[in-house]
Write a protein that binds this ligand. Sequence first.
Ligand code: ZN
Length: 341
Amino acid sequence: MCAGDAMTTQVVFSDEFNKHDTADHPENADRVYVMLDALEQAPFYHDLEIIAPEMIPEQQLYELHSADMIQRIKDISAQGDSWIDLDTYVCAKDYETARLAAGGVALACRNVMSGNADNAFALVRPPGHHASRDRSMGFCLFNNAGLAAHEQTKHGKRVLIFDHDVHHGNGTQSMFYDRNDIMYQSLHLSPHYPGTGTISEVGVGKGAGYNLNTPLAFGHDDRAVTQLLDEVFIPVASQFKPQLILVSVGYDAHHADPLGGLHLTANFFGELIKKLQTVQPKIVCTLEGGYNLQWIGKCFVSQMGQLAGHPVHFQDAVKGNDDVSTLITALKKELGAYWKL
Ligand SMILES: [Zn+2]
């Protein structure tokens, strides 16, 4: 293999993200430091390109978020530290920090689409997938993945947003529910926060069939999700033919996560990327949840290894539930009207 064939995997990160921090909140600045520490130990660390994010232009926020919601974050963050709801804090300067997070994901997408990078991981905070057009919630201010995907569609690209956070990405789903240029696929625990994400939520109008939800039960494991990927997610994604895959990454789907309930292992997060690469190798991951500081570093290195072409393996096993036959039947029934399954 000549030097020109080497993979370029970018990591988008800035210490600025850690201005968004509140003691005792599970979504805190320590998360990314634990992940970066683990990455620095990885054998492929020096092959990675670490790049700085840039703020998303203000006018791009208005393309997906309401003026009231944007103004609210702007006002609160100008006043200093406060809360937008019971779960979601806003720090001084967060209007800038949240725009830096969204801009970091958008930059990663542009770099991958232009060929400057083969794939990328936007290690950004605050997260985004619960933020809808009108509302910041669930630790999320602006919808980072949504804003980045929407930018690509303006260049005529079809984007798959694959969300494996243990919580349903209600914000992302609602933003693109009537669109067929952005497909949203989610696997999440149910019943669980925020309460949305049933199989029958398939999209509306020309977006019908472009929204795929799999509500998993407590304890569903690697084998369960592998079956779902092989029989439903991947076949639908292949027929959609995305030009870019954006992964809303949630390591709260790991079996040891304090806010979770699924039984996925660290290695599985890498396996998941491997499956998605068969659909489209242009992949950008963006950080959403994941709160067990003992494990999220390993989950992250597992995904980064797969992106960088150096798969790694950790000792991690757990007993779980692999029965998804009822789910597969229901998904095929609901989505069979739109896709060959
Ligand atoms: Zn989550």
